[in-house]
Design a protein around this ligand. Structure first.
Ligand code: SF4
Length: 383
């Protein structure tokens, strides 16, 4: 893999003209034939096409989407069941050279406000997570050229040594993994092997946003191509590490781009079977270069349903409390079966996300909807 452009990415990003997202969506008049044909497919377990998905997005009512999503959900999960985890995202460094125009988190090297956490800083955050009843940490930072591979290996090995299986951690996102391997001049498989030897078990699908080359050229052209993203994810799977699929919506992406992302994800799962879950969250625009306004909860829920119907090969579909608070739990009715209760994520909080630590209130919202949330322990179980 050749991604050396990241070593000289100090020029400003020049965004290309975006294809505007088509905000026309559901509750339009659906033709009975179109809905009946797609419903028949879903009931029989026949995979829907991108054209079917487009039709559903543009014509199906919310009730129709819920109904179809639950047909697929019920193949994997008992009705009324759902799971959750208490977790924290540990933003170990905010120094980053990628300059994504949708990011309010990063600081360029040498700019005031940049930081790197020490082991003690990280341990304090993990201790607090345990005290709050959580057992999953997800590390997410920037592309920091001052951090060698040894920083990561030492950090992850020290966490394993200190906490054993009482905490599990998502070590990096795929985007960071690509940068780390590139920066250390290692092949993807060598980098994965080094991290695995340091105790890493998971590298999540973060950094995907919208997986089309055009979207990345518009907004994050230094954050690796779609092809490189999947090369990295394949190397992670082949190394015996676990991984996940992610997606972020609500930028300026087109419907075609959303569908392309879902299609690529479904294909990757067909080929590898390596995706443990799919998590979609929404873009928070505040204090970002790109700006904009947030999409509605209705649009998010419809997309969750469409994802559940489309991704017929991923058992766990997750809804994002981090970006939608308790309203995200309506996603359980739209096909999701799992959610996080986050205690911190500086990246989304800097862009406008708010976190509610009243977990019982959030869980009660799920119960009022008719679901019985059960804690899902990733730690020790590799679930
Ligand atoms: S989204 Fe991630 S890679 Fe992009 S600028 Fe922010 S920290 Fe860097």
């Amino acid at each position: 893999m050749k991604v050396s452009r990241l070593r000289s990415i100090w020029s400003p990003i020049h965004s290309q003209v975006a294809t505007p997202y088509n905000k026309v969506m559901g509750n339009a008049v659906a033709t009975d034939n179109g809905l009946a044909a797609i419903t028949s497919k879903v009931e029989k377990g026949v995979r829907i096409t991108a054209e079917d998905a487009r039709w559903l997005w543009q014509h199906a009512s919310d009730a129709d989407l819920c109904s179809l999503a639950n047909i697929v959900r019920n193949r994997f999960h008992a009705p009324g069941s759902c799971t959750y985890m208490v977790m924290r995202i540990v933003n170990y460094t905010n120094v980053c050279v990628a300059q994504c125009d949708y990011c309010a988190f990063y600081k360029l090297p040498g700019v005031s406000g940049g930081y790197v956490m020490s082991h003690e800083d990280v341990f304090a955050k993990l201790d607090e997570l345990l005290a709050l009843g959580g057992d999953l940490a997800a590390f997410n930072g920037g592309f920091n050229p001052q951090l060698p591979l040894s920083y990561y290996c030492d950090l992850f090995a020290s966490i394993r040594a200190r906490y054993g299986d009482s905490i599990e951690f998502y070590a990096l996102t795929i985007a960071e993994f690509l940068y780390l391997a590139d920066h250390a001049k290692l092949s993807l498989s060598e980098a994965a092997a080094r991290l695995k030897a340091a105790g890493v078990r998971w590298i999540t699908g973060g950094g995907s946003e919208i997986l089309t080359e055009n979207f990345r050229a518009r907004h994050s052209k230094f954050k690796y191509t779609v092809a490189e993203y999947f090369q990295a994810q394949r190397a992670i799977v082949e190394a015996g590490l676990k991984t996940t699929a992610t997606m972020v919506i609500g930028f300026d992406e087109s419907l075609d781009e959303r569908l392309e992302h879902l299609e690529r994800t479904r294909n990757f799962q067909d080929e590898t079977g390596g995706l443990a879950s799919f998590l979609c969250w929404t873009f928070k625009p505040y204090f970002t270069q790109i700006g904009g306004i947030e999409i509605t909860i209705s649009e998010y829920l419809r997309h969750l349903a469409l994802s559940r119907i489309y991704l017929d090969n991923i058992p766990r579909i997750r809804t994002s409390v981090l970006t939608q608070n308790e309203l995200a739990l309506d996603g359980l009715r739209f096909g999701a079966d799992d959610f996080d209760l986050p205690i911190e994520d500086e990246v989304t909080q800097k862009a406008g996300a708010t976190i509610n630590l009243d977990f019982e209130r959030i869980l009660n919202y799920a119960r009022e909807l008719g679901y019985s949330p059960e804690y899902r322990h990733v730690a020790g179980a590799l679930g």
